[in-house]
Design a protein. Structure first.
Ligand SMILES: Nc1ncnc2c1ncn2[C@@H]1O[C@H](COP(=O)(O)OP(=O)(O)OP(=O)(O)O)[C@@H](O)[C@H]1O
Ligand SMILES: [Mg+2]
Lengths: 476, 224
């Protein structure tokens, strides 16, 4: 049973360190300084990253979108894409006529606003299906004829047959008191007195009044508004579809999103709709709902916004140009400037840091090499006798390697304490600054990693230094 | 068993120290190696110690082939040998006991074994009472006996002594030589390089004479 005593190795290495005290102190000082520099740079980069995280992904562009869906005569409108029917019918396209067999417009095609197609300012695009839609009953819809009213327009969800008696909805209250409600009519626009029906009276449903199985009752006012803007609405045309029929602003947003996604260098495109933006803002100021209410006064000041993340910061100018070219995008805001500046700051620091690190490590290894060489030299006779009596290489080397380990450990411990002191001091200095723009990583959250890497790097350097200087003694 | 077969040793600077050496030494033999200065005697010892490697030829010691032996096996091979040098090579800051014990510690012998064995070995070399002295407190002959004790510490099969009496006065030389003979009688192979004609003549053992790197004479009970 061979037994090697640990105390022998420890004793040898510690006595070696003490015997060459000046060299040992020099090695520890240099290695310690090296670790402090490395640690400081590491913590600096860490803090930059930490602050960048708070800024979010800097490789993003906000593209603000105008979704004005009130069109004038002659405006061009992109039509919605295909719908999906639940009954398996194939979507053929859009038509202004609910009974058309063939579509007039393909999905995504452009349509030019023609007032003749409008009823009470609405141009309805009916879906044309491969299976002809068919319903036996009729619905009732109320149209306010372009006048703003208090509350919501009346709704009648009942189904009726030809000849059924329908009780007409109550009178809506106009926002402008100067306007008076006169009654309901099945004809849009100015109606003759004969055609006006009073709220609460009964209307005998006549299928000839129905379009697409719906009879629309138009409000008649004392001051009928002059209609000069038109909106486009989509109607699934008596066929059950997946989801609900599109609205024109959705159609515009989808169209823009599609064009943005096709550009180069795009990582992802997220839509932040005006509703979401408003909700977010309300949540942010959840503590002061009355302030929000007062400021916004029920309106949504936020535009729809695409948050576009991209990969490469270098080609961002091209991307911004291309985004500006897209119809509907009216403003592009990017953060590439900040991103580029922080990036170059970081890479600059890392380059300096790397060179410094290499330099200091070379110096450290060199000094440790010489320390160990000196220790080896003072014990050269001992080593040669060890060889003659059959000591193995590791037995001869171990005390010197341990010497390197001790230098590494002592340097790491001292460096850690000093780094700690410096960090806490600087942290207090930065945090006492009233504008707390800068966030500082807490020392306790990194202390373990710092100590471990100091020990790791320190011991590695120490061992490398010892092994290099021992190399020629490792031959028999 | 030591076997040199047509061994040649050329040093890196081009000096041919040994050439065409054929030498066979059986277990338990006592051999004097003699010859003029620069003949190659120390080189022969260094080859045996595997401190130097042969340039050509074969060299085997028991089961060890010194030509093919990988570096990492060398320490284990050396544990079969005990070495004594002209200049003692003791640690001045260690006691006699520690100097001998050192050889055992190096190969991981447990302390209990060391405490038991060192006094026994010191009594073989007649130094039992000096175990607590430092080398500087001893005469040359006594120092060489400590070195001899250290060589014996790990119970080697072979003792190699390169001019063990070179640094001590003639009266003491005989005592050292007597000890080597005593060790030889304990069934060990002993190889002694020496310049001392009178001692060689006195002991009447096998004498190998080397001159200019070649064995020129090898006989029992030989003379210088
Ligand atoms: N390390 C070396 N490098 C080069 N040449 C060497 C080396 N060691 C010895 N020599 C040469 O080899 C030859 C033999 O030397 P060696 O030491 O073996 O002689 P020796 O017989 O032991 O002599 P001495 O009786 O003086 O000790 C000599 O010419 C010497 O100069
Ligand atoms: Mg010699």
């Amino acid at each position: 049973m061979r037994r090697y005593s640990i105390t022998y190795f420890l004793g040898q290495s510690i006595s070696g360190l003490l015997r060459n005290g000046v060299m040992s102190v020099a090695s520890i000082t240099v290695l310690m300084s090296c670790l402090i520099v490395v640690g400081s740079f590491g913590l600096l980069v860490l803090n930059i990253d930490y602050n960048m995280e708070n800024l979010g992904d800097l490789n993003t562009i906000s593209a603000f979108v105008q979704t004005d869906t009130e069109y004038a005569e002659g405006d061009e409108v992109i039509l919605a894409g295909p719908l999906k029917a639940k009954n398996g019918a194939e979507f053929l396209g859009w038509s202004l006529d609910p009974n058309a067999e063939t579509p007039t417009y393909a999905p995504g095609q452009r349509y030019t606003i023609n007032p003749a197609d409008a009823k009470s300012g609405k141009i309805t695009m009916y879906a044309v299906w491969s299976i002809k839609p068919y319903t036996v009953d009729y619905g009732i819809a109320y149209d306010m004829s372009g006048v703003s009213i208090e509350g919501d327009p009346p709704v009648d969800s009942g189904r009726y047959n030809h000849g059924d008696e329908v009780v007409l909805a109550d009178a809506p209250t106009p926002k402008l008191a100067s306007n008076t409600f006169l009654g309901w009519s099945t004809v849009p626009g100015n109606a003759s007195e004969l055609e006006i029906m009073q709220p609460g009276s009964t209307y005998k449903l006549h299928s000839g009044n129905a379009v697409c199985a719906t009879v629309t009752l138009y409000a008649v006012w004392s001051n009928m508004p002059v209609i000069s803007t038109y909106e486009v609405v989509y109607n699934a045309n008596r066929t059950e579809i997946e989801g609900s029929p599109p609205t024109q602003d959705r159609v515009i947003l989808m169209h823009i999103a599609e064009q943005v996604s096709k550009l180069d260098n795009i990582k992802r495109v997220d839509l932040i709709s005006k509703e979401m933006a408003l909700k977010e803002e309300k949540e942010r100021y959840a503590e002061y709902p009355e302030v929000i209410e007062a400021v916004l006064s029920g309106k949504n000041p936020y535009p729809d916004n695409f948050l576009i993340s991209y990969y490469d910061n270098d080609n961002v100018a091209t991307l911004i140009y291309q985004l500006n070219q897209i119809e509907g995008i009216y403003k592009v805001r990017d953060r590439s400037d900040l991103a580029a500046r922080i990036d170059s700051l970081k890479s600059g620091i890392i380059i300096i840091f790397s060179w410094f690190m290499i330099l200091l490590f070379v110096v450290s290894v060199f000094i440790i090499m010489n320390t160990v060489k000196l220790a080896v030299f003072t014990r050269r006779q001992e080593i040669s006798i060890m060889r003659y009596v059959g000591a193995t290489n590791w037995f001869i080397t171990l005390p010197f390697v341990l010497e390197g380990v001790f230098i590494g450990l002592l340097s790491a411990g001292l460096a850690y304490l000093i780094e700690w002191y410096i960090y806490i001091y600087l942290q207090r200095m930065v945090l006492s600054d009233t504008i707390q723009m800068i966030h500082i990583v807490s020392f306790s959250s990194v202390s373990r990693w710092l100590l471990l890497s100091f020990i790791g790097i320190g011991v590695l350097t120490g061992v490398t230094g010892s092994l290099i200087s021992m190399r020629k003694y490792l031959k028999a | 068993m030591i076997d040199f077969r047509n061994v040649k040793k050329v040093y890196p600077n081009g000096t041919t120290a040994l050439d065409g050496i054929n030498l066979h030494i059986d277990d338990g033999e006592f051999v004097f190696i003699v010859g003029p200065s620069g003949a190659g005697k120390s080189t022969l010892m260094k080859l045996l110690l595997r401190e130097e490697r042969v340039t050509s030829g074969r060299l085997t010691v028991d089961e060890f082939d010194l030509v093919k032996m990988p570096e990492r096996k060398v320490p284990y091979y050396r544990r079969q040998l005990g070495v004594v040098f002209q200049d003692f090579r003791l640690f001045p800051n260690k006691t006699v006991f520690e100097n001998v014990a050192f050889a055992m510690r190096v190969i991981g012998e447990p302390s209990s074994v060391i405490k038991r064995r060192v006094p026994t070995i010191l009594s073989i070399v007649n130094l039992a009472d000096k175990y607590n002295c430092y080398p500087t407190e001893l005469s040359g002959g006594e120092q060489q006996r400590v070195a001899l004790a250290r060589a014996l510490a790990n119970n080697p099969r072979t003792i190699i002594a390169d001019e063990p009496t070179g640094n001590i006065d003639p009266k003491m030389s005989l005592e050292i030589m007597n000890l080597l003979v005593k060790i030889h009688k304990r069934n060990k192979t002993v190889i002694v390089v020496t310049h001392e004609k009178t001692l060689v003549d006195y002991f009447q053992q096998r004498v190998v004479t080397i001159r200019d790197g070649r064995i020129v004479d090898d006989r029992m009970g030989g003379m210088f």
